[in-house]
Design a protein around this ligand. Structure first.
Ligand SMILES: NC(=O)c1ccc[n+]([C@@H]2O[C@H](COP(=O)([O-])OP(=O)(O)OC[C@H]3O[C@@H](n4cnc5c(N)ncnc54)[C@H](OP(=O)(O)O)[C@@H]3O)[C@@H](O)[C@H]2O)c1
Length: 290
């Protein structure tokens, strides 16, 4: 019991201190920066692109649907982007990874910020069917392997620019949740890979690129609303899209190693580390009433 109270107190104080020191950041340095955002045809990626546009960045966006990308790029220009181009690419196709980076560097004349955000993220209860296995393999390639390859291809340009690598993760990856075994596993892989990579850069004394890993909870998107309805969860209110995008951009600018949106997820993660079984039971009870 005392251990719990200590943990709660430490978490509350850490969260308050974190919130206080991380409220504001000067975003003017984004002007003219060369930014590549993946999965930018809708929702979080689209909003990230718009917010970089308002900060007058040069932007390349990528996803599969050309007509939608065209509209997003046009809106980026309207909002103030110094440049906005798109690249149509399917992240299930391994030949796309290097070429997306090479084309972006060519279009913008370099790369300062890479936001890895695209996802294949269906929520379902794992029953071990062949369909489940095929889905997991496909999502591993799109959600994990492509992140590693794109980041690897972008590393020389990001080092040269002393840039930022921003990786969009999920609480489905850590702490884990039910009904997202396939999606969560790919997100956990992404989080661990980039956490380890970031520590290796520190060991080598290399400050750049900074790596920011974003832990996101339920965000106010159609996908999250669909998942919530599908699996019958309660108590989930999506965090606003605009706050999510600005939180991600600011986390990158501060060169935070980890960011949590909404912020209370930091507290959840801490509790999960301290007492995993209790955390799991609490989640099942609070969200699923089980
Ligand atoms: N929404 C949430 O509540 C939530 C919660 C936690 C974490 N996140 C994370 O936030 C990020 C964005 O989530 P979101 O809800 O905005 O996702 P989303 O609405 O499903 O959008 C996914 C994006 O990825 C692109 N994409 C999907 N498959 C692709 C493929 N094979 N090749 C290239 N692009 C592909 C889609 O564009 P096309 O269809 O045009 O290809 C789209 O732009 C993800 O990394 C997700 O894990 C989201």
């Amino acid at each position: 019991m005392v251990r719990w109270l200590d943990a709660l107190l430490v978490s509350a104080v850490s969260y308050a201190a974190y919130s206080y020191f991380h409220r504001n950041v000067d975003t003017s340095s984004v002007r003219g920066k060369k930014v590549l955002v993946t999965g930018a045809s809708q929702n979080i990626g689209e909003e990230i692109a718009y917010q970089y546009a308002k900060l007058e960045a040069k932007i390349v966006i990528t996803a599969r649907r050309e007509q939608v990308l065209k509209k997003v790029a046009a809106k980026c220009l309207e909002l103030g982007a110094a440049q906005a181009e798109y690249i149509v690419a399917d992240m299930a196709d391994e030949t796309a990874y290097q070429s997306v980076v090479q084309k972006s560097v060519k279009i913008m004349g370099g790369l300062d910020i890479l936001v890895l955000n695209h996802v294949l993220g269906r929520h379902f209860r794992w029953n071990g069917s062949n369909e489940d296995l095929v889905y997991l393999k496909k999502s591993t390639s799109i959600n994990y392997w492509s992140y590693v390859e794109i980041a690897t291809a972008a590393m020389p340009a990001l080092k040269q620019s002393q840039g930022q690598l921003i990786v969009v993760g999920s609480q489905a990856g850590r702490p884990a949740l039910p009904n997202v075994a396939a999606y969560g596993a790919t997100k956990a892989a992404v989080i661990n890979f980039f956490s380890s990579l970031s520590m290796e850069l520190m060991l080598k004394g290399e400050d750049y690129p900074s790596i920011t890993i974003c832990y996101l909870g339920a965000i106010d998107t159609d996908g999250a609303r669909w998942a919530t309805k599908q699996i019958g969860t309660k108590l989930i209110k999506g965090y606003p899209l605009s706050d999510t995008a600005s939180g991600i951009i600011k986390g990158g600018l501060r060169r935070d190693r980890y960011i949590y949106l909404p912020g209370y997820l930091r507290f959840f993660s801490l509790i999960r580390e301290i007492s995993p079984s209790l955390f799991d039971k609490a989640i099942l009870y609070l969200i699923y009433g089980a």
